[in-house]
Design a protein around this ligand. Structure first.
Ligand SMILES: [Fe+2]
Ligand SMILES: [Fe+2]
Length: 475
């Protein structure tokens, strides 16, 4: 079950050929997917051979094969992690019963909604990133971008498989709609707001893959706990791919910082204008990008108080991050959680029922994980002997969803008047000038091993290849 069948038209480890109806339905969807990839996937990449990894099995050790692949020939397919024997529902009202191998009728609408919402984010990010190949700072980076893009495409396949297999006609319609909504489209946008934002430059890309792909990690972890076993197994394999996306983000930002502090030290400058004059990105601008991507991503977890979140949990559909490692009753009735709110013009904590706060619980887990990486970025600055430190803004900063929407909060958590906000916004969020400056640095570098001036080389290459390996053949 762990090895993958590549002789079928659709690579899979789910014995697809035994279910002819499903196979035909998915083979019918496949050309529509390829059309979408052609129209909305990485700009100008169709002739390139890219050094990509492809899944060959779903066992933890050695699942990946590396080799040059013409991008549209990538073998997208359906890979589920191995089934766990006798898996149980581990939380909620049906805790202790056998995990569902099929969709329980009473949970059908909610499960479909969960799968569609997750599925919608996958092609959205490909669309958001489609122009970035034109300005890649190196072959190494271009390859990483394309690796992420093909895997997000595969994550769409993962969700479409579930829709086709378990949701009949509705599922097939949803699978079509996933190809018709487009990021930023006025009439038919993607479902979640952060996935309609542009990813205009490579600093935004690294921040996106650090923060927003990490939202993916937490959502997938919560769904990997699901009592609906096919969803759990699908998400467990997706998580192995997601780790690389966050690595690209964390190491990308670290390399931008490394290059900036190297240039600052070499020339003995700290003033942002002088730093920019040397063609690298000042640390203040990096902080503003961080503030933007952090706050937009934090919104993705939804409202702090949510009866849907309570329902998804109590009915065993969506668990908490690391549900089975937690030492409580996994029912959460009568338990409480402290949430933050604006009261008397201050941020104050309030105790509320835990079940309604599960979005907030997941958001707080995400924030803890995010802050750890910011600490690693700060070590790069510290090592250079510079006093500047990056930090995560308060979780109430720049929010558009939940109780903070409509309030103006500073990065350090003060409730502000509209005038105070307006006077400071450009110190906290990227301004037009910031974005124009970063855009002015972007330009494609294609000579193997060479890097754009504003970014340091990576410490090592991909799959033990040298940094000046030919990761992309342009043909
Ligand atoms: Fe994904
Ligand atoms: Fe991802």
């Amino acid at each position: 079950m762990s090895s993958i069948n590549y002789t079928d038209k659709i690579p899979n480890n789910v014995n697809l050929s035994e279910d002819k109806t499903l196979q035909r339905a998915l083979e019918h969807w496949q050309p529509n997917y390829l059309q979408w990839w052609n129209d909305m996937g990485p700009n100008g990449s169709n002739q390139m051979d890219v050094y990509l990894r492809t899944a060959v099995s779903t066992t933890p050790d050695g699942w990946a094969h590396f080799g040059h692949v013409k991008m549209p020939d990538y073998r997208w397919g359906i890979f589920l992690a191995q089934a766990e024997n006798d898996r149980k529902i581990n939380f909620g009202e049906e805790k202790g019963r056998a995990a569902w191998q099929d969709v329980p009728g009473e949970h059908r609408a909610n499960l479909r909604r969960i799968i569609v919402t997750q599925g919608d984010t996958e092609p959205a990010s490909v669309e958001q990133q489609r122009h970035l190949g034109l300005t890649a700072p190196s072959q190494y980076d271009m390859r990483n971008l394309f690796q992420i893009n093909v895997e997000e495409g595969r994550h769409l396949w993962a969700m479409v498989y579930l829709l086709h297999k378990y949701f009949g006609r509705d599922g097939r319609e949803e699978a079509e709609a996933l190809l018709h909504r487009n990021s930023g489209d006025q009439d038919n946008p993607r479902i979640l707001e952060a996935f309609n934002e542009e990813t205009p430059d490579w600093l935004a890309f690294y921040m996106f893959t650090y923060f927003t792909d990490r939202d993916g990690k937490f959502q997938l972890n919560a769904l990997a706990e699901s009592g609906f076993d096919p969803l759990s197994r699908t998400c467990r394999f997706m998580l192995t791919e997601e780790a690389h996306h966050m690595f690209v983000g964390e190491s990308g930002v670290a390399r931008v910082i490394q290059r900036t502090v190297d240039v600052m030290r070499q020339h003995g400058v700290e003033d942002p204008a002088q730093v920019r004059a040397l063609g690298v990105i000042d640390l203040q601008t990096i902080q503003r990008y961080l503030n933007f991507h952090f706050s937009v991503t934090v919104d993705l977890f939804g409202a702090d108080q949510s009866s849907n979140a309570a329902t998804f949990y109590s009915s065993g559909l969506k668990g908490r991050y690391e549900e089975t490692k937690r030492d409580d009753d996994h029912l959460l009735k009568g338990q409480h959680y402290r949430i933050l709110e604006v009261k008397d013009d201050k941020l104050q904590e309030r105790e509320v029922p835990m079940l309604n706060s599960l979005n907030e619980v997941l958001r707080d887990d995400f924030i803890r994980d995010s802050i750890a990486g910011i600490g690693r970025w700060n070590r790069v600055i510290e090592k250079a002997g510079l006093p500047f430190r990056l930090s995560a803004p308060n979780k109430a900063f720049n929010r558009h969803i939940g109780g903070f929407a409509g309030h103006r909060i500073s990065p350090d958590g003060r409730v502000l008047s509209e005038a105070e906000w307006a006077a400071n916004e450009r110190n906290w969020l990227p301004s037009e000038e910031d974005r124009a400056y970063v855009a002015s640095l972007m330009g494609r570098v294609i000579e193997p091993g060479k890097m754009a001036n504003w970014i340091a080389p990576p410490p090592v290459g991909i799959n033990k290849q040298p940094i000046d390996f030919e990761y992309v053949r342009f043909n």
